[in-house]
Design a binder for this molecule. Structure first.
Ligand code: ARG
Length: 455
């Protein structure tokens, strides 16, 4: 017999049960569900809505059920539909009529909203920790490479020389924003919906502040209709996670390029690479590719939930049960992507010579030559034009700007002197960019220090 069976003359069709049931995916909310119920019955007693002995027995039994579930002693029942009714049913099976008092002044609608918020609060903290671990690895790698010169790119064409540390710390900044976004989303997770009932609150004098304190919620919701129909917090979290994955996918793409034969900037550790079943020579960056690939399913989850929620009338609709699978899937995947990505990075071998060699090509010092001419008195636009011509003639000769003789330089501009060679050396190009945010050794070290204190 269903917990809601009173009004029905027939039992549910097996297909209905299978279709309607969410227990196979919402059972992961068992801990939140039980802790929420314990706080609820504690409050029911303190408000004299149920007798203290009943509340005590319910609390004690719920704790037993919790440890039995943890120990794998409980098998859930599809016919009991979801985690909320499974636990309530087990409680009633164990203590009979007293157990039937648990659901006083409560609906599954405010209950599920509570469970989800509790669950997501924990997961946001877990994911934040994983982001911090990745940032730490990036910072320690960056510290070793504040002098490792590499080319930077726009349009994937060589642009200007930077350092590997500068490149790595760009991702530290991106991850910092990801963390801040999660912290911001956390504020809106931190609102207690319990007490909203099915949608129009309840006639019992519940002490919602008491429950909020018990469960560690900062605020309580102010509109019962909104509280049970709101899934913004799920969508918001998925959008934070999508942006995080977008960052990881950009990084993955670069790692894939960097360990290609054409770049050879880095080599992945054998333990974080895979081979080919046919081509004996291959060492593939599968981890980076899979992180890049999984970004698609995280975006998909965001789109799925946005679409599910679109046009839903207030308040609860069963459609909303579809919030869980995409959200859980996104969280689970992010929780495997982040640690494996972190360890893959921790173990990379950096090929400094290749990076340097690459930075030397492609006229990455052309802007610095123009800046040199500006310092000698030319307007930047004129300097740009002159250097452009010099680059063109170097391309024809198959040489770099640093290979031109002083006489050749004098021909393009009489302002050029012997000090030009120093001015366009890669080291100088990097270290002259010595303003906050720049790639100079000093500035990158500053940025690393600031980020380390933040962590
Ligand atoms: N399993 C349901 C869900 O996840 C719980 C809420 C059910 N409420 C209801 N009125 N049917 O959405």
């Amino acid at each position: 017999m269903k917990l809601w069976g009173g009004r029905f003359q027939k039992s549910a069709d097996k297909l209905t049960d299978d279709f309607n049931s969410s227990i196979h995916f919402d059972q992961r909310l068992y801990k939140q569900d039980i802790l929420g119920s314990i706080a609820h019955v504690k409050m029911l007693a303190s408000q004299k809505i149920i007798p203290t002995e009943d509340s005590a027995l319910i609390q004690k039994t719920l704790k037993e059920i919790l440890s039995d579930i943890k120990e794998g002693k409980i098998e859930f029942d599809i016919a009991a539909e979801d985690i909320h009714m499974n636990i309530e049913q087990i409680l009633i099976d164990r203590i009979g009529d007293t157990g039937k008092k648990l659901h006083t002044g409560r609906s599954r609608n405010d209950q599920v909203a509570l469970d989800m918020r509790m669950y997501l609060k924990d997961e946001v903290n877990n994911i934040k920790e994983l982001i911090i671990n990745l940032q730490k690895v990036l910072l320690s790698l960056a510290k070793e490479h504040t002098r490792t010169i590499m080319p930077s790119y726009t349009h994937l064409q060589k642009a200007q020389p930077i350092t590997f540390a500068h490149h790595l710390t760009a991702y530290v900044e991106m991850l910092k924003r990801d963390k801040e976004r999660l912290e911001d989303a956390y504020k809106r997770l931190n609102v207690l919906p319990l007490g909203s009932g099915a949608l129009a609150a309840t006639t019992y004098q519940l002490d919602r502040d008491f429950v909020a304190r018990e469960l560690g919620f900062e605020k309580i919701s102010l509109n019962s209709l909104d509280a049970v129909s709101d899934r913004d917090f799920c969508i918001e979290l998925l959008s934070c996670l999508s942006i995080l994955m977008m960052h990881l996918s950009r990084f993955s793409e670069e790692i894939i390029l960097w360990c290609s034969y054409e770049f050879q900037f880095i080599e992945l550790d054998d333990a974080f690479s895979t081979g080919s079943s046919i081509m004996p020579q291959k060492k593939n960056p599968d981890i980076a590719e899979l992180v890049r690939g999984k970004t698609g399913r995280i975006y998909g989850s965001l789109m799925a939930l946005l679409t599910t929620m679109k046009s839903l009338p207030l308040a609860y609709n069963k459609d909303m049960q579809e919030d869980k699978e995409p959200l859980f899937d996104a969280i689970d995947n992010i929780k495997i992507c982040l640690p494996v990505f972190t360890d893959m990075l921790r173990t990379i071998k950096v090929n400094k010579a290749k990076m340097y060699e690459s930075a030397k090509g492609g006229f990455t010092n052309a802007t610095d030559l123009a800046d040199y001419l500006v310092k000698k008195g030319l307007a930047f636009r004129d300097a740009h034009e002159i250097v452009g011509k010099a680059v063109f003639s170097c391309i024809q000769k198959g040489i770099g700007l640093e290979d031109m003789t002083l006489e050749e330089y004098k021909q393009i501009s009489p302002l050029v002197e012997e000090d030009v060679f120093q001015a366009i050396s890669l080291e100088e190009c990097v270290n002259k960019r010595n303003i906050t945010g720049g790639p100079s050794e000093e500035m990158v070290k500053n940025a690393i220090e600031i980020n380390e204190t933040l962590l």
